[in-house]
Structure formats: C-alpha cells, structure tokens
Design a protein around this ligand. Structure first.
Ligand SMILES: C[S@@+](CC[C@H](N)C(=O)[O-])C[C@H]1O[C@@H](n2cnc3c(N)ncnc32)[C@H](O)[C@@H]1O
Length: 283
C-alpha cells in the first residue's frame, strides 16, 4: 500500500497521477529545462523508434514524435490512467505516437524493436530497478541507446528542499526513505545508478551532472509559486490531508521563504540533475 508521502507505483497509478494530470501545464513548464538538456544528449534522429518511459502527460512523447517524423515511432508507457488520458488527448492527429498503460518493469515489449529508451524523470520509482531496466533493455535493438534524467541529492535541489523545510515548521516530515526505496531522489547516488544499469546488462554507462534553475512561479509571480509548491512535488505530499488552518500557516511561511528568490515574475531555485546515457551491447 502507498500513502501519499511515498511516490511509489500505487501513488502514481492513483492519486499522484491524478494530481500531476491536474497540474500538467505547471509541471511541464517547471521541467522544461530538463527536457531541453535531455534532448541535446539523447540525439534523437529521424525515423528512430523510441520508448518514452514514465511518459506521464505525454509532453516529451509528443516532442519525440516530432523529432522522429512519420517514418519513426514513439511508444509512451506509464501506469497512470489519468496522465495517459491527457497524453492521448494532447497528441496531434496522425502523430506517430502510441500510449500504453503498463508497468515498465514487466511489460512485454516487442523484442529489439526500438533504437532509444528515453525518460524525463520517469525511472526513479521502480520497486525492482534491475528487473525493470533488464526488461526495458529487451525492447532495444543491439547497440540501441538509453538516455534519461533524474535528480541528484536532495541537498543539491533547493527547489524541493527549501519549500519543504518551510512546511516542516507546521507538518510532520515525510517518511524517511531507505537507500534502495523508490522515490524522486532514489537515483541520486552515481554508484547505485551504475550498479543497477550494469546489472541490467547496459554498457558505456555515463552520468553527466547538470545544474538548472526551476521557476516555481512559472512566470506568474510569488503567489503562484506558493500555490504551486503546495499542489505538486514533495511539499504537496507533506501537506496532504492537513487542515485548512495548517495549510494557511504553511502558505504564509512559504511566502516568506520564497520572497528572497523573486526575480520579476519568476521564483527561481536550483535543481541538480543527472543526465544518464548507456548502450545495449552489440551482441
Ligand atoms: C515525475 S513523473 C514524470 C512524467 C514525465 N516523464 C514528464 O517528464 O512529465 C514520473 C512518471 O513515471 C511514471 N511511472 C512510475 N513508475 C512507473 C512504472 N513502473 N512504469 C511506468 N511508468 C511509471 C509515473 O506514473 C509518472 O508519470
């Protein structure tokens, strides 16, 4: 069983996915710098066949479809019915995309049918990551590529931790996750990522650290930033189920905490990610 504090499979296939679907525009604008960096490193070519792992509301899936063109193919896989419904609606008519609701850990991918496994922050929630990546690798042709993004350590991600610390003045801390538990920071440790991908059979594993800025306000000012952080991300999980009175106290503390980060209509805090690449061996 999941509670809202732990973003595991039950969270994503249930209330977490619904929450993300409701906040699609905000989530996408916040994660836009990640997509930009990841597309550069993934070097997607025309006619390629791509899997978008944990594709969510389909933003990167649709962008990938534009890159591969009509001769290519993009399969978006996710466990959330709510996010996939939105993804299907947003995909332009005739785009070479297909969406499937399934757990990437055990979905029977057509063997060797894809050139690229891609994911913007959709691979850190696997309960059995080695099994999941080994299964995903069966979808890749020999020599096929893997390219995904994930967060580095919480202390390097003030966009998440600064608001969360403000909320902790009024709400209990989120459940402490063990080093092998799924969660947004479960791929922070380079050694662990290398161990998982190596055990799943990938070669040429490389992790590139990239430092970005997340605009918590998505260009809409301090009030929007305060509203946004209690709607999506770690702080939203910490305040879930709290009374209106506590939520109001959290919002006031958040305003005070975020005010020094206001620049024009933006509220920018640092985000530290890994861009991870690897290959399926040729034979
Ligand atoms: C942080 S969201 C990222 C969504 C999307 N990639 C994006 O960039 O907007 C993580 C996504 O991974 C999906 N996910 C988590 N575990 C999964 C699994 N085992 N199989 C497929 N999708 C999964 C969630 O449902 C969610 O959509």
């Amino acid at each position: 069983m999941s509670d809202l504090g732990v973003p595991d499979l039950a969270y994503w296939s249930g209330p977490g996915g619904e929450q993300w679907a409701r906040n699609q525009e905000y989530g996408d604008r916040q994660f836009a710098p990640v997509a930009e960096a990841l597309f550069k490193i993934a070097t997607v070519r025309a006619s390629e066949r791509v899997v978008d792992i944990g594709c969510g509301c389909g933003t990167t899936t649709i962008a990938l479809a534009r890159m591969v063109g009509r001769q290519g193919r993009v399969l978006g896989i996710d466990v959330s019915a709510a996010m996939l419904a939105l993804a299907r609606n947003r995909a332009p008519q005739g785009a070479p995309v297909e969406f499937v609701r399934a757990d990437a850990t055990n979905y029977a991918f057509p063997r060797g049918a894809f050139d690229l496994l891609f994911s913007r922050h959709g691979v850190m929630f696997f309960a059995e990551p080695v099994r999941a990546f080994a299964n995903l690798r069966t979808a890749l042709a020999p020599g096929g590529r893997l390219a995904f993004s994930c967060f580095r350590a919480p202390r390097d991600n003030p966009w998440a931790m600064t608001p969360l610390q403000a909320a902790y003045r009024f709400v209990p801390p989120l459940p402490k996750l063990g080093p092998e538990d799924p969660g947004p920071f479960s791929f922070a440790d380079e050694t662990r990522v290398r161990r998982i991908l190596g055990a799943a059979g990938f070669a040429d594993i490389a992790l590139q650290p990239v430092d970005l800025e997340f605009d918590l306000a998505v260009g809409r000012g301090l009030d929007a930033a305060v509203a946004n952080v209690v709607e999506l991300g770690p702080t939203s999980r910490a305040v879930q189920g709290q009374s209106a009175e506590i939520r109001a106290k959290v919002a006031a503390a958040m305003r005070e905490t975020l005010a020094p980060h206001v620049k024009g209509e933006t509220v920018q805090l640092g985000a530290a990610v890994w861009l991870v690449t690897a290959h399926n061996p040729e034979s």
